[in-house]
Design a protein around this ligand. Structure first.
Ligand SMILES: Cc1cc2nc3c(=O)[nH]c(=O)nc-3n(C[C@H](O)[C@H](O)[C@H](O)COP(=O)(O)OP(=O)(O)OC[C@H]3O[C@@H](n4cnc5c(N)ncnc54)[C@H](O)[C@@H]3O)c2cc1C
Length: 477
């Protein structure tokens, strides 16, 4: 593979390592939908897509490619929202992890489990449940995203309030470096201070430092009692007071606390035929609350009802419903999960996955609404997301324009500048969950100091000196 290399030569070299039918040409990969990201914004065009079945195969592939300086792009379930898993480079190779999807047996009472990185998140949740354990990471894309992808993006999801992000759930990792070396860090230790904790470099690195092939993940006691409520609230400040009171009252049993504003809820109700609002009049905001416990929490639902009754009495909430069955709970959660697919009806839109300190969220919401109205009175601001984590998805929508109405990206840049300015003024981050990928490179540079960026580059250079691991992601080429 030295010197000038054509896609055909790369394919032939890959077929010397991996069986023919597990080396897909770009056309085959395209037909199977692997070459476009879920937002339809990033198109891949690699030499081929390889589907290894073992760590040794991943290692052999990486070694062969890196010697020749051929870019390597790891792909999980391709649900990432930052354009990280595709590459428009005819001389690159994508490595799909989907065939490495094993889960080690889970003994009763286990506090960890070893999995292959291509395991789909929902399959791990199911395996844990079958062993009376809980793997708590949960997000709308859980039926497709893989463990390796959720590690590479440090996914958060709806239960991060209680269980943390993927970073908090990983105990051990196995990673193949760009040059094919295998870092075996498959330890299940809760405490381990032996030098630098290297696994954390790979968590959230978006496939730029190595290919995650296996992981040891934490398991928790299964949930046997739950209570779900949706609360109508007049402003974001009240939602923060409710969150603080809920934490005070229910402690770590509060698993999720999600905010949805009126405009977002209206979009779901208009475009999702299964969606039903529990409230006659659309509130300014609704807060979706999930409490989870075990057999000692038999009165959880009643406790939640009584708590919310006091909040109605003192005027903190305007209305509230507590689900009386699991199907009612699912119906309330459906309103939240449906947001992912109804947004395509919102016209030209610019999505921001921001975080600010939890206590700053009400001021942030107020400032965004005020600033956007000042510059674009016709725009609709939609805000929803993980109130418990300070992670509010902020979508600026222009309902009378089509997604194709900003061909040069000039409106996007202006909107980004307004939102990023507000986020930074509150000490926040321009990407809370989705990572940098290829979509947010400029915004990373604009919002982090040169010292911080240089430290990141030094890590990249140390582990991947020839920049073959997912080039053009996080850092500009
Ligand atoms: C409807 C929807 C809802 C979502 N909700 C949430 C949410 O609530 N919270 C949240 O955090 N995210 C959310 N996401 C985005 C989230 O980042 C992804 O769903 C998930 O974490 C990515 O996993 P994946 O396997 O699809 O990775 P991919 O999309 O395939 O890849 C993502 C990045 O990880 C890298 N990568 C993938 N696998 C590996 C590997 N084995 N080794 C090294 N690098 C790898 C890729 O190169 C790429 O840079 C949502 C996405 C969708 C579509």
């Amino acid at each position: 593979l030295e010197g000038t290399t054509t896609p055909e030569q790369i394919i032939a070299a890959m077929r010397e390592i991996v069986e023919n039918d597990r080396v897909l040409t770009a056309d085959e990969a395209d037909r199977r939908g692997f070459l476009v990201d879920p937002l339809g914004k990033h198109l891949g065009r690699p030499a081929c897509l390889v589907e290894p079945i073992s760590t040794l195969e991943v290692s052999a592939v990486a070694k062969r490619l890196s010697v020749a300086g051929i870019p390597i792009v790891p792909m999980g379930g391709n649900t990432g929202l930052a354009g990280g898993a595709v590459i428009p480079d005819r001389a690159a190779v994508m490595i799909s992890m989907r065939r490495m999807d094993g889960i080690e047996p889970i003994p009763s009472g286990a506090s960890s489990v070893a999995v292959d990185s291509g395991c789909i998140l929902a399959n791990l949740q199911m395996a844990a449940r079958a062993a009376d354990r809980l793997f708590p990471l949960s997000l709308t894309a859980e039926g497709s995203c893989q463990i390796g992808g959720t590690i590479a993006t440090n996914a958060g999801g709806i239960n991060a309030l209680r269980y943390g992000t993927m970073r908090d759930l990983v105990l051990g990792l196995e990673v193949v470096l760009a040059d094919g070396r295998i870092l075996d860090m498959m330890r299940s230790l809760r405490k381990d201070n032996a030098g630098y904790d290297l696994k954390h470099l790979f968590i959230g690195s978006g496939g730029t430092l190595g290919i995650v092939t296996r992981a040891v993940l934490r398991l928790f006691p299964k949930v046997t009692r739950s209570a779900t409520a949706m609360v109508a609230i007049r402003d974001a400040a009240c939602s923060l007071r409710l969150l603080a009171d809920m934490r005070e009252m229910f402690g770590e049993r509060l698993t999720s606390c999600e905010l949805i504003d009126r405009a977002s809820l209206a979009l779901v109700l208009r475009h999702d035929s299964a969606a039903r609002s529990p409230f006659a009049d659309p509130p300014a905001f609704v807060v979706l609350l999930q409490l989870d416990g075990n057999d000692a929490d038999a009165g959880l639902e009643t406790d939640l009802e009584e708590f919310l009754a006091t909040k109605l009495e003192c005027g903190l909430c305007d209305d509230a419903v507590v689900a009386q069955s699991s199907s009612q709970s699912e119906a309330l959660w459906h309103l939240r999960h449906a947001l992912g697919h109804v947004l395509r009806h919102a016209g030209l839109r610019f999505s921001h996955d921001i975080s600010v300190p939890v206590e700053a969220q009400a001021d942030y919401v107020e400032e965004v609404v005020r600033s956007i109205a000042r510059s674009w009175p016709e725009a609709i601001v939609r805000i929803y997301g993980h109130l418990g984590d300070g992670n509010l998805h902020t979508i600026i929508c222009f309902p009378d324009r089509k997604p194709s109405d900003d061909p040069s990206g000039s409106i996007r840049r202006q909107v980004d500048d307004v939102i990023d300015g507000i986020v930074m003024a509150f000490g926040g981050s321009v990407t809370a969950e989705h990572g940098i990928g290829s979509s947010y490179i400029g915004r990373l540079v604009a919002t982090r100091s040169s010292d911080e960026l240089n430290a990141m580059r030094a890590i990249k250079t140390a582990l991947d000196p020839d920049d073959v691991m997912n080039p053009g992601k996080i850092f500009a080429l």
